[in-house]
Design a protein around this ligand. Structure first.
Ligand SMILES: Cc1cc2nc3c(=O)[nH]c(=O)nc-3n(C[C@H](O)[C@H](O)[C@H](O)COP(=O)(O)O)c2cc1C
Length: 259
């Protein structure tokens, strides 16, 4: 028996599932203002506020993003954002305060800030996602926009010291996908230390595999999705991720990830 406590927030989070088909109606301004303001209220490392989000309203840009993603539903999203980690604004602010941004003394472009800014962007996006679900909307997070980071940077005019993190498509759901199973809590939450053996770590995997293999993704209703282990194994040798390596485009954007 589950001891989970329920309230509106908990239930919104427990019932969350990605939505990939939307009613075409645009979302009203008050919804947009609410979602954007909620995102701004997320926590931010050292209060640097080092992320920005680009609201995509231009139909041609939406189409181009759908091409980059290889996912047609990106073009039909009533509300679409690309979240970027952003030290450009802070560099401009620091420069106004007399900081030599082009010198070695400037550290906002190092790897620590890069990862913290990425965390901040993701937390803001997640706050927006949760608020959207709480308002009866649905979302899908879009890592697929990173299929071609140089093209994305070019398309959105992303300046020095910025880097795209994730997209999010939001709208009124026009589908009702089932909630995807999650692994047993004991496989993901540990007490005081990491489990001492992989045998302990993976106990529960077989039944989770079986449960996942019963799930139907609405993107392909012909067959259930692969067992979790099969998904992990396939992903673990997916060479296409090599083309998405971060180091080179990040360097072009002025980041020094070796620092
Ligand atoms: C970082 C991240 C990137 C994702 N990228 C995509 C994407 O490009 N396209 C897509 O359809 N779903 C994407 N998803 C959604 C995941 O596929 C989905 O969250 C996962 O399969 C679990 O399903 P659920 O959200 O329905 O619970 C992404 C999710 C995350 C967290």
């Amino acid at each position: 028996m589950s001891n989970i406590l329920h309230n509106a927030t908990v239930d919104t989070l427990l019932e969350r599932r990605s939505i990939r088909k939307f009613k075409p109606k645009p979302l009203p301004d008050d919804v947009v203002e609410t979602l954007e303001t909620v995102a701004q209220h997320a926590a931010s490392s050292q209060f640097l506020n080092d992320w920005s989000a680009i609201r995509i309203t231009d139909v041609a840009i939406k189409k181009r993003l759908a091409e980059i993603a290889g996912q047609p539903y990106v073009a039909t999203a009533p509300l679409l954002y690309v979240f970027v980690l952003d030290e450009h604004r802070n560099a401009a602010i620091a420069a106004r305060k007399g900081v030599e941004v082009a010198s070695d003394a400037f550290t906002l472009n190092g790897s620590y800030r890069y990862t913290q800014a990425q965390n901040d962007a993701v937390l803001a996006l997640h706050a927006m996602e949760t608020a959207a679900y709480s308002l009866g909307l649905g979302c899908v997070i879009l890592g697929s926009l990173l299929n071609d980071v140089p093209a994305l940077i070019d398309l959105l005019n992303l300046p020095e010291y910025t880097y795209p993190v994730l997209g999010i498509a939001i709208g009124k759901p026009d589908q009702e996908p089932a909630i995807k199973p999650r692994m047993p809590r004991s496989m993901q939450f540990f007490e005081n230390e990491y489990p001492s053996s992989d045998e302990k770590l993976l106990s529960g995997l077989d039944s989770f595999d079986a449960e996942v293999h019963k799930y139907y993704d609405l993107r392909d209703t012909e067959r259930p999705v692969d067992a979790f282990s099969d998904q992990v194994a396939a992903n673990s040798t997916d060479e296409s991720v090599n083309a998405k390596a971060v180091a080179t485009p990040a360097k072009k954007q002025g980041f020094r990830l070796e620092r």
